[in-house]
Design a protein around this ligand. Structure first.
Ligand SMILES: Cc1cc2nc3c(=O)[nH]c(=O)nc-3n(C[C@H](O)[C@H](O)[C@H](O)COP(=O)(O)OP(=O)(O)OC[C@H]3O[C@@H](n4cnc5c(N)ncnc54)[C@H](O)[C@@H]3O)c2cc1C
Length: 392
């Protein structure tokens, strides 16, 4: 049996797990990262990824600190200067502007594949690499008061003061730790595809709350836009099945021809949407971050931002622990959980609430939700508060 010792073992090398590993490694801790799938190499320049992230300024600052942001090609980072949100009565609109807020941008739109490739390049770099086990299959976790042990399928054992579950919405770590969840399928899928648009997007992120779901068209370099259409499963399957020209027509109509004619750049793909709330973020020598702790509806584009805020908080907690505590000390884990509770709950309530509000066919609710958008648009203080939360 090969036994290796670390301060922290992170399971899951998505953006949240990789970001946390880099933050801890930069702080001098012994870190191992275990990932099931071999990471894809950096896509060629002419390849476009349908799956994108809307990265908040706060997340961009964290990714900058851990070295992932500087490893991205500047010409694939698209700033969002304005957001325009439309109701389903063809009149209600809520808009946010970076200029009004005195900020350079409200968010950045970045392709998932490029972010992942940059993260893995940083993990593997020659100076102070993170010890990665990839592709690796986890077999079991055991823990007692003083340490946790991860056994891999090849027989090696990774011992640490703390094991972090960053292994996504179907988290194996969460299951091993017996952490209860509240879960429900939204009965929707997120259909994603990129288009090239006739009219300039002018760096505006546009979103339509429609009776058949939420359609977002987010700016990419030049005249391209990335679509996330969260819609019921039958409609999602239709969108995947229709010929490209018909998909373009449907998106043009649903978006009120805001960007003129559209041409498909990438084949559409779809992801099932699920609400998951882990009832605890920590357990003896175990902590959860990212989708392993909370899966939310993508209508506010906040999923990965919420996860990166977990990673940032856990890193700050562990690196500031003082010499008398090890990384899995219950005091530290309790501190991390308390610090993250409010943000997670507020974001879950907001995204879930909006989904329910705009998913309802009730005529009174329909009138009120559009009125709500209009009223919010006229209340600068409320608008400012909403925006501040999204910028974190
Ligand atoms: C259609 C759609 C659009 C979205 N758009 C946005 C957006 O615009 N902005 C935004 O912020 N969020 C968005 N999200 C949400 C976002 O994708 C997730 O919140 C984010 O990917 C979570 O990151 P993560 O690192 O926690 O998990 P993941 O990205 O799921 O990564 C988990 C990693 O763990 C690995 N893993 C799993 N199990 C194991 C195991 N047993 N052992 C080892 N490794 C394992 C996986 O291979 C994977 O690499 C969207 C989601 C959907 C579905």
């Amino acid at each position: 049996m090969l036994l290796m010792k670390f301060d922290v073992v992170i399971i899951g090398g998505g953006l949240v797990g990789a970001g946390l590993a880099l933050a801890l490694r930069n702080g001098g801790l012994g870190v191992a990262l275990v990932e099931a799938r071999t990471p894809a190499p950096l896509p060629p320049d002419d390849a476009w990824d349908s799956r994108i992230y809307a990265v908040s300024p706060g997340s961009a600052a964290f990714l900058q600190d851990v070295g992932i942001w500087p490893a991205l090609a500047a010409n694939r980072l698209t700033p969002v200067h304005e957001m325009a949100i439309f109701g389903d009565d063809d009149a209600a609109c809520l808009d946010f502007s970076a200029y009004d807020a005195g900020l350079p941008e409200l968010a950045w739109i970045v392709e998932n594949g490029r972010l992942q490739a940059a993260a893995w390049r940083m993990l593997k770099r020659r100076t102070r690499p993170v010890r990665t086990f990839c592709p690796a299959e986890c077999a079991s976790i055991a823990w007692d008061e003083s340490r946790a042990e991860l056994r891999l399928a090849d027989g090696s054992v990774l011992q640490a003061a703390l094991i972090v579950g960053a292994d996504g919405i179907h988290s194996w770590v969460r299951e091993q730790a017996g952490i209860d969840t509240e879960q429900r399928a939204y009965g929707q899928m997120g259909v994603v595809a990129n288009f090239s648009a006739q009219n300039s997007h002018r760096h505006v992120a546009r979103q339509w709350f429609r009776r058949d779901g939420v359609l977002a068209l987010l700016p990419l370099p030049e005249s391209r836009v990335s679509m996330v259409w969260s819609t019921d499963e039958a409609h999602a399957r239709t969108l995947l099945a229709v010929p490209g020209a018909e998909l373009c027509d449907r998106v043009m109509q649903a978006s009120g021809h805001a960007l003129g004619a559209l041409q498909l750049v990438t084949q559409p793909a779809a992801f099932p949407l699920r609400f998951v709330h882990a009832k605890k973020l920590v357990q003896s020598r175990i902590a959860l971050v990212g989708d392993a702790a909370h899966g939310i509806h993508p209508l506010a584009g906040q999923g990965v931002n919420l996860g990166l805020r977990d990673a940032r908080e856990l890193a700050v907690t562990l690196l500031g622990r003082g010499p008398e505590l090890d990384c899995g000390d219950p005091l530290l884990l309790g501190r991390y959980e308390r610090a993250r509770k409010e943000d997670i709950l507020a974001t879950e309530l907001a995204t879930d609430g909006l989904h329910r509000l705009f998913g309802s066919p009730h005529p009174t609710l329909m009138r009120w939700r559009n009125l709500g958008l209009e009223i919010t648009n006229r209340l600068p203080l409320l608008k400012n508060q909403l925006m501040r939360h999204a910028l974190n």
